[in-house]
Structures are given as structure tokens and as C-alpha cells.
Design a protein around this ligand. Sequence first.
Ligand SMILES: Nc1ncnc2c1ncn2[C@@H]1O[C@H](COP(=O)(O)OP(=O)(O)OP(=O)(O)O)[C@@H](O)[C@H]1O
Ligand SMILES: [Mg+2]
Length: 166
Amino acid sequence: MTLAGIEERKGAMTSGEARDVWTAQENAMELLGALTLPGIERSVPYVRLFLRDTFVPGYVAPGDELLADMALVVDELAANGIRHTASGKGGKFTISLWAGRGVLRAEVTDDGANGARPVVRTVPEGESGRGLHIVGALASRWGYRPEGAGTTVWAEFPVRGGRPQG
Ligand SMILES: Nc1ncnc2c1ncn2[C@@H]1O[C@H](COP(=O)(O)OP(=O)(O)OP(=O)(O)O)[C@@H](O)[C@H]1O
Ligand SMILES: [Mg+2]
């Protein structure tokens, strides 16, 4: 997004969302790539492949446990888009991957759920509602912002350097 685009969006956003965008801007986040997939279960393995092929080896060493953590998180975010939003009812979702100074970021944008947003649930034994707890435990920060009718859920991970070496 251009700076003008950010200014334009900022006017329409609440302060929390504006802070999110400005944090990305200050950190000079670079968009490495984005992939749009149909909102079906069979898309989830492609999300994992895309994550690995984008971050390894330039940003994360092969076999680094950070990669497994990030894969688990994007898995949960994609599953939520498919299960809880119009993405899973004939729609699509998009995963975008970003790198900044000392941080990697994944965003999953869905088709929306009539204004419903992610909520962290208290989880009774054996119940669902674990996904966002996993995200919270593995990411250094996470959050969401409205994206038109849909939602973008994002998660960040600390990484040494955060940019390709050399
Ligand atoms: N992208 C989203 N858009 C709208 N609502 C969402 C979205 N993601 C999650 N939610 C809401 O937040 C709740 C909690 O999500 P979470 O992933 O923690 O649990 P779950 O998906 O219900 O179960 P589990 O992930 O354990 O299979 C969901 O039940 C749903 O109501
Ligand atoms: Mg879930």
C-alpha cells in the first residue's frame, strides 16, 4: 500500500487499527508475497507450502522451530477463515507474508461473517475455541482489523535480522 493509501485508510479507521498500520509502516514492512486460495480445507496445505517457500532460507533456516510455530498459526487462521466466514461458503481467502526489522508477519484476509470478528473463548475441556489460544501462545503479537466486509487477522514473530543476509 502506498503512503497516500495508508493516509486515506487511516481517516476511516479506529485508533487501534491506525496504530496497527503505523507500526507496520514505521517498521518498514516489506510485502514478500500474497496467495489467494478457495476457502476449502484442501487449500490449507498450500498455505503451509507458501509460508515455507517464502521464508526459507532467506529469513528462516530450514528446520528452525520458528517455522513450525508459524505454520501452526497460519493453519489456525486459515481454518478459521474457512470455518467461520463466507470464505468457506464458496468464497476465497488470502494469505500475505511480510518482513520487517527483526519481525516476520503473516496476515490472513477472509470474506467476513456478517460483522462477527475473532473472539478468544474460554475453553472447557475437549471443546473447540483453542485456535486463537494457540495463536496467542506462539506469536509475539496478533490482532485483526476489518477489511471491507471481511477481516484480516495478523500474527507477528520475532526473527534474527528479519531480512535476508547479504
Ligand atoms: N476470521 C474470523 N472471522 C469471524 N469470526 C472468527 C474468525 N476467527 C475466529 N472467529 C470466532 O472466534 C472464535 C474463536 O476462534 P478459535 O479459533 O479460537 O476457536 P474455534 O475456531 O471455534 O475452534 P478451534 O480453533 O479450536 O477448532 C470462533 O469460534 C469464531 O466465533
Ligand atoms: Mg479455530
